[in-house]
Design a binder for this molecule. Sequence first.
Ligand SMILES: Cc1cc2nc3c(=O)[nH]c(=O)nc-3n(C[C@H](O)[C@H](O)[C@H](O)COP(=O)(O)OP(=O)(O)OC[C@H]3O[C@@H](n4cnc5c(N)ncnc54)[C@H](O)[C@@H]3O)c2cc1C
Length: 383
Amino acid sequence: MNFHLNPEQAAFQAEVIDFIEHSLPAGWNDEHGTFAERLAVEREVMTRLAARHWLALPWPKEYGGLGASPMQQLIFNEQMAYHRVPGTVNMGVAWVGPVVMLYGRDDQKQQYLSRIADGTDLWCTLYSEPGAGSDLAAMQTRAVRDGDDYIINGQKIWTSFGHYADWGWLAARTDPDVPKHKGISTFAIKMDTPGITVRPLINMAGSHEFNEIFFEDVRVPAANLVGEENRGWYNVAVGLDFERSSIGATSGSRRHVDELVAYLRTQKPRIDPAIKHRLVDEAIGVALLRNMAYYIASQQEKTGIAPTRESQMAKLFGAELQQRIAATALQVFGMEGQAARPGSASSDYQYSLLRSVANTIEGGTSEIQRAVIATRGLGLPRE
Ligand SMILES: Cc1cc2nc3c(=O)[nH]c(=O)nc-3n(C[C@H](O)[C@H](O)[C@H](O)COP(=O)(O)OP(=O)(O)OC[C@H]3O[C@@H](n4cnc5c(N)ncnc54)[C@H](O)[C@@H]3O)c2cc1C
């Protein structure tokens, strides 16, 4: 295995770093602005990325991407995550677009894809419900055909970005009388459609990322059904595969460890050996995760598909590593870490610790990931 960048890849990496250093809008790294200010900056970052066809980098050129290889995508994701560039977590790009490319009609590809790739439309994902998370196929939100429309009634929850998304990628039950995986369909729905109510849910870190969303007699044109009626579960499953195989966005962890090491080197003449040992463990974790990401990308280059088992392992390992690094960071800062003031170096780590709880829940919990890896990855029998 050789993970060295070839000259073309090294040149692309240099181009990405140059973009980050010279072409981002003013204030892109100010994490303490108001929500409206940060959203405006995020949108501007997306517009600038889109101008280079980097927003939807791996998409085919006809849909506004560059047809980038998995390795190029990894290089891009690594730099964006390491430098904490906003606007690069994009559900439209990561899974809605790829599923539309696979199962959508030509007119749907025309309508949705270019507006995702050029940064015009942001999408949210409307899957989870109060009674359907890990057991997602138990969803109860109904879509009932009525002439040229479907009428949607029900509730979704934990909808990230639902408060500013332009479109929603909705999974709803179209047939309640068949086994649960068989009666689900997927729709593209405009988030300003009458009958949709978005209510904020504030997470334990104090930020507004997700929402609960209510549908009351919401009419969505039947033309917005993506794929075949009642076969939406396959779209959802393929979309989740795209979500879990996203590679390279793990270098945020490397950045955290680098910052902690730099802080200790310059600020602390004497360091508790226990802290040093923990940091060594985190540095090993970061190196391992990076190697996993490069392995996944290299396999994807060879075979055209991301290796499922390794992608799931990387998702699981990365989520838990982020939690460990955030906990180690508070140890590094000692009492200052426990009593963080907004704006101080350690307050970012306090936020990271609280936010990292969600890492092992979003996109499928660690328990579910372990169960899937045990059976499908390691071939162990089901309970
Ligand atoms: C930050 C964040 C963002 C999110 N964004 C979105 C979004 O944009 N759109 C969306 O649709 N959803 C979103 N989600 C929801 C997420 O997909 C679900 O929270 C997740 O799938 C778990 O479902 P649940 O919360 O209903 O927990 P449950 O499924 O009720 O699970 C509760 C606990 O039981 C465990 N458990 C459940 N079943 C089993 C089992 N069979 N074996 C062992 N343990 C089990 C779980 O691991 C968990 O610890 C988001 C969640 C978070 C935290």
